[in-house]
Design a protein around this ligand. Structure first.
Ligand SMILES: *[C@@H]1O[C@H](CO)[C@@H](O)[C@H](O)[C@H]1NC(C)=O
Ligand SMILES: *[C@@H]1O[C@H](CO)[C@@H](O)[C@H](O)[C@H]1NC(C)=O
Length: 379
């Protein structure tokens, strides 16, 4: 008897034009009737070897599980330091288009993300999202118009500078030039001091989730942890499991990563509890490579934060979502931190055709198609 053969040919990106053999047809606009909630979690200075599934000495059971159930991004790049990376994430543009290619923005510098460049949260607001930022900004604050609340976020709680004390929120820009850096919206949040920032920020996310109706409006949360940047501080309980670790800096650092892991557990718990989870895309990403002078590790990659070696710019990242078509995968598609802007705007049902450097990478992430990108600009 003749057996009908099953046709299981996946749809691959065919050669559309001889000159552009890699070009894929555009992925369809948001395939969901309701645009997804987006939770973007960024850590600071977390290196390649600083997440459980890459590491021999750091344990992150929650991150490992979420990544294993989703798609691990194993060819993903960022910039080597904070401000340029964060500017690229939020604008979808290379730093050479925003003038932020030189260094970080220092606290006393009259500089910020150019006000005429649209931001991802602004675009998501236009598409009907409620947008919230929690944590480190580091894109300038010398005038009001630079603040997160003027750049697309309905609410903000966090620190505007590059690094602060995890409990007191004090920050110094050189000897004698110190201040308190924790804001609620556009006001100084004096009353919140004393709480470890990873806890404070996680609690804030839970409050945002609890006070929204997931069926009524899509939500975008940018949870930008201060962890695991210096200073190396964490509650003692997180250090205890690492008490045998010989390198004291690494011990403290591992504890800070553990607090982040617990925080992400709490965030996903809240996503489920309050009814968001099934329609949520959760993205986890570092902002740049780790700093081995202060406990981080990029092994086996060469270099560190601040360098253009792989260890400085290879990002740790994954996407976890029930909306992924092909889950439990490692993606080796070339991806870049500028890609989140067009990817998320498209997921939200918008179009991102305004001359961005990023590419819509959803088909590559969700379906395992080829990356729309062939190269990245580094310097
Ligand atoms: C996670 O939630 C538990 C229970 O509410 C809490 O004790 C813990 O401090 C939270 N952890 C973080 C990092 O927010
Ligand atoms: C995308 O948006 C721009 C304006 O933001 C508009 O001019 C253009 O027609 C849109 N393209 C599509 C395919 O909707």
């Amino acid at each position: 008897a003749r057996v009908k053969r099953l046709r299981l040919r996946p749809r691959v990106c065919g050669p559309r034009r001889a000159s552009l053999p890699w070009q894929c047809p555009p992925s369809p606009a948001s395939p969901w009737s309701r645009p997804p909630h987006v939770v973007f979690i960024m850590t600071d200075d977390q290196g390649y070897n600083d997440i459980g599934y890459h590491s021999g000495d750091i344990r992150t059971p929650t991150l490992d599980r979420l990544a294993a159930e989703g798609v691990k991004l194993e060819n993903y790049y960022t910039q080597p330091i904070c401000t340029p990376s964060r500017s690229q994430f939020i604008t979808g543009r290379y730093q050479i288009h925003t003038g932020l290619q030189h260094s970080i923005i220092h606290p006393r510098q009259p500089n910020c993300l150019p006000l005429d460049v649209p931001t991802l949260p602004q675009r998501l607001q236009e598409l009907g999202y409620s947008t919230h930022m929690v944590g480190k900004w580091h894109l300038g604050f010398y005038k009001r118009d630079c603040l997160p609340t003027r750049r697309g976020f309905h609410t903000y709680l966090g620190s505007l500078t590059g690094s602060v004390d995890y409990y007191t929120y004090h920050s110094c820009d050189g000897p004698g030039v110190c201040g308190y850096d924790l804001r609620e919206g556009e006001k100084v949040a004096w009353s919140q001091a004393g709480k470890y920032s990873t806890h404070l920020y996680t609690q804030r996310v839970r409050k945002i989730l609890a006070s929204h109706d997931p069926a009524a409006q899509p939500l975008f949360i940018f949870l930008s942890f201060q962890a695991v940047h210096t200073p190396l501080q964490s509650p003692r309980s997180y250090v205890y499991p690492y008490r045998q670790m010989g390198n004291v800096e690494r011990r403290k650092y591992a504890a800070m990563v553990a607090a982040v892991d617990e925080a992400v557990h709490n965030v996903t718990y809240a996503l489920r509890k309050y009814g968001y989870y099934r329609n949520t895309v959760l993205i986890f990403s570092t902002d740049n490579g780790g700093q081995p002078l202060f406990g981080g590790s990029n092994w086996p990659l060469r270099g560190r934060k601040g360098t253009y070696w792989e260890g400085g710019i290879r990002g740790v990242g994954f996407v976890h979502s029930p909306l992924l078509r092909r889950k439990r995968r490692v993606s080796r598609a070339l991806l870049h931190v500028t890609d989140w802007y067009p990817t998320l705007v498209r997921l939200a049902g918008g179009n991102a055709s305004e001359g961005l450097d990023g590419h819509d990478a959803w088909a590559a992430i969700s379906e395992g198609r080829e990356s729309p990108r062939l190269e990245i600009l580094r310097e």
